[in-house]
Ligand binder design. Structure first.
Ligand SMILES: Cc1ncc(COP(=O)(O)OP(=O)(O)O)c(N)n1
Ligand code: 3NM
Ligand code: MG
Length: 238
């Protein structure tokens, strides 16, 4: 079965070289996968295309060495060109995550094909109206948030007037009910947030710094996964 049909965004790590306190990205990914993370996104706003291809290669190899190529999805943030180049070199990349100002979904789908995952950041402005009305036929999940402001992405949750909008747990529960496709929540998420977040009915959480800046990334990742699995509601079927 294609990993797209089997998508699991319950424990989702977003990572790039600027997030790891100078530790290798591949080592942090290995720790997260061994801890039970189910989805990895390579995201860097500073790495070159060649560096991104190399990071994607390393991530793909780490996932393969763990024997999890059919269960742990590997996505790249923003960079359709990087994914196409990586695939041309024989690297297994499962899809892309794009935001509202990135390459349009239909273009991603056309170039990546039907077996690929295309994740999209939900719009901040008029979020609920957007979730109810947007064409989701080519989208596999929504990323949404932030739960709180975060220095990892200072502009996250920025509304049209430049104001940062954070999402309450009640809003996140509403989002889980309304969204026709799975939802993953991130932005300032730490271990203590996981139990209430898991109770909202969303399909998963995403983190950068909670894992990538931890003194012991594997221990922190393990604690996040355990907390999610202990507290999650049965997913709302979509
Ligand atoms: C899972 C997930 N959700 C949201 C985002 C944010 O994407 P975007 O709005 O395009 O911002 P950048 O990450 O590109 O700065 C994400 N990356 N992953
Ligand atoms: C990549 C990203 N997207 C966000 C959104 O709200 O859309 S927040 C974010 C970064 C999250 O980093 P941390 O876990 O360190 O707070
Ligand atoms: Mg983006």
């Amino acid at each position: 079965m294609s990993i797209r049909k089997n998508i699991n965004i319950s424990a989702y790590l977003v990572v790039g070289p600027e997030n790891t306190k100078n530790r290798p990205v591949g080592t942090i990914i290995k720790d997260a996968i061994e801890a039970g993370f189910t989805c990895i996104q390579i995201r860097s706003k500073v790495a070159s295309a060649l560096e991104l291809i190399q990071l994607t290669r390393e991530a793909s190899e780490v996932i393969a060495q763990a024997g999890k190529s059919d269960e742990v999805a590997l996505l790249v943030n923003d960079r359709l060109d990087v994914i196409l180049a990586a695939r041309k070199q024989g690297i297994k990349v499962d899809g892309i995550h794009v935001g509202q100002s990135d390459i349009p979904v239909d273009v991603c789908r056309e170039y990546l094909g039907d077996d690929s995952i295309v994740g999209v950041s939900a719009r901040t402005h008029e979020l609920f109206e957007y979730i109810k009305t947007v064409d989701v036929s080519q989208i596999d999940y929504f990323g949404a948030g932030p739960l709180r402001e975060t220095k990892t992405k200072p502009d996250c949750g920025m509304d049209l007037d430049g104001k940062i909008v954070i999402r309450s747990l009640d809003e996140i529960s509403e989002l889980a009910k309304l969204s026709p496709i799975p939802v993953v929540i991130g932005g300032g998420v730490k271990l203590a947030d996981i139990p209430p977040l898991a109770q909202t009915g969303v399909d998963g959480f995403f983190v950068v710094s909670a894992v990538t800046e931890a003194d012991d990334p594997k221990l922190e990742a393990t604690n996040l996964v355990i907390a999610w699995n202990l507290n999650k509601l049965n997913p709302i079927s979509k």
